[in-house]
Design a protein around this ligand. Sequence first.
Ligand SMILES: [Mg+2]
Length: 256
Amino acid sequence: MISQHELTRARSRLLQMHFESGVGHIGGNLSALDAMLMVFHEFLSEEDRFILSKGHSAGALYVSLWSVGRLQDEDLKQFHKDDTLLAGHPPAAGIPDIPFATGSLGHGLSLAAGTALGMRFNGSQARVICLTSDGEWQEGSTWEALIFAAHHKLSNLTVLVDHNELQGFGLTAEVASMSPLWQRWQGFEVDVEVIDGHDLIAIRTALQRQTDRPRFIALRTVKGRGVSFMENRMDSHYLPLTEMNFQIAMAELAQA
Ligand SMILES: [Mg+2]
């Protein structure tokens, strides 16, 4: 099992990377990071594919790749720089572990479902794990992908949803309510589960489970997880860290 020490190390590196680059989108990175670390540390084989549909959490993706040794510290220092591969959203090419450019929201699940069907055509035993935001479930293309995945019984597809109940402009329940999201999925022939998105054992158990249907796992998460003044705060979606807040956050993590 990935250790608490490694979780904290990754969280700290994420904050440092965002602070040094002066960019925000930190809250949604922190809510998704635990699940992404679990995926990269314990589940992905060379043949598997991970697709980050909520591309603005690219920082958590890069830090997860760094945590498992697929990116180096020098790479992370290029985050958000001119001409970098490590852009604010995942790049289209250049990093083998990142199969698609994403971040034009609402498209990642379609890419994942198509990739899963392609693997089946090729006789591959590999799997696709896709992580979406909850806000993306306000987009029609996401539901089309769910219909497609259910119709084709894509049991090699696992969908993790970072269900932090916040999005760029407010509570998801206030912007366009889909709550509770997992109840909407139950009308389709897919496997549905709801877990604590920060409980590593629960995440691992959910990812290990085998079914003959596509799996949709709602991760109950906290936006800004791990930094007290960012938790459940909408402004943690966009705002970068000030020098003072960066120091406070790092001190908090050091005590975690
Ligand atoms: Mg959200």
